[in-house]
Design a protein around this ligand. Structure first.
Ligand code: A2P
Length: 290
């Protein structure tokens, strides 16, 4: 495992850019209405924010950063291109809109949010390639420091590797004990693509899981801290969300303990628990979108 001592330490991407090791997830944080939670996260010490055009939080994040007077160079900002924004020209346009929303002139990381624009879409290979060409140009023009994907399965990534020039630096996927997507994680790590975890704490079914509660108690931490630490020890970047200062801080306090080997193996082979129900190839068991 990479030596990590605080949130500011990080993993080095395949293009040499440093990706801080813990970020703050902004899905549903602003609830479409205000900047309260985001400003609280900045006060709690977060400087790495993960957003997306789909979340509707970009503009609130931009406003929070301005109001709090945080210098741009202290921040690591990720955003994502939504399904309806895929395609060469659409990507360029969406990117400009994202910059405007955030009030910045570059991104640290820009991701394709999902490989398919809709369930069962047949021509996804061409659409992904056209989209990626635009991402490559943004990268070469210096408007984004690294480019990557989200919710891609290995065969979606192979399509880019075979047909494009810049390798994705990141794949952001659902990852937590009970849903660790071993096949995809192993593939990405073999290909030197950094894995990031959305929903690293999973859902309430994880927070109240007896085995996780027992394990967390042994380490003297909360189940949330155990899950965040688990991601780090797998060289995966956790992007936890919270709406409360105390838990925002708690989620950063994950560098003072180490999960032992047997427990790591147990966490990686739990029965499926807390899965969102979302799958890149569609057929979601829920109507929720992420
Ligand atoms: P809250 O906003 O009340 O803190 P994930 O990032 O895996 O999707 O999880 C987000 C959920 O986990 C939120 O509902 C959040 O609730 C909760 N959560 C975040 N941090 C903690 C924590 N340290 N302890 C308990 N629940 C947490």
């Amino acid at each position: 495992m990479t030596e990590l001592h605080s949130m500011q330490d990080g993993f080095v991407l395949n293009n040499g850019v440093k990706n801080p090791c813990v970020g703050f997830g902004t899905y549903k944080t602003a609830d479409g209405s205000d900047t309260e939670v985001l400003k609280m996260a900045i006060k709690a010490g977060y400087r790495y924010f993960d957003t997306a055009s789909f979340y509707g939080t970009e503009a609130f994040l931009g406003e929070s950063i301005r109001e709090m007077g945080i210098p741009r160079e202290e921040l690591f900002l990720t955003s994502k291109l939504w399904k309806t924004e895929m395609g060469y020209h659409e990507t360029k346009q969406a990117f400009e809109e994202t910059l405007k929303n955030l009030g910045t002139d570059y991104l640290d990381l820009y991701l394709i949010h999902w490989p398919l624009p809709e369930d069962g879409y047949q021509d996804w290979k061409k659409l992904d390639i056209d989209t990626w060409r635009a991402m490559e140009e943004l990268y070469r023009d210096g408007k984004v420091r690294a480019i990557g994907v989200s919710n891609f399965l290995p065969y979606h990534i192979e399509n880019l590797l075979e047909n494009c020039e810049v390798r994705p630096a990141v794949n952001q996927i659902e990852f937590h004990p009970g849903y660790t997507q071993e096949f995809t994680v192993r593939y990405c790590q073999e290909q030197d693509i950094l894995v990031q975890a959305w929903s690293p704490i999973g859902r309430s079914s994880l927070l109240n899981h007896p085995m996780l509660m027992e394990m967390a108690e042994r380490y003297g931490v909360s189940v949330a801290q155990l899950c965040i630490r688990y991601a780090l020890q797998r060289n995966v970047v956790p992007l936890p969300k919270s709406s409360a200062m105390e838990r925002m801080k708690q989620n950063q306090d994950v560098f003072g303990f180490e999960i032992g080997r047997e427990d790591m193996l147990r966490l990686g082979s739990m029965a499926q628990t807390g899965w969102s129900g979302l799958h890149p190839d569609g057929g979601s068991v829920r109507s929720a979108s992420k």
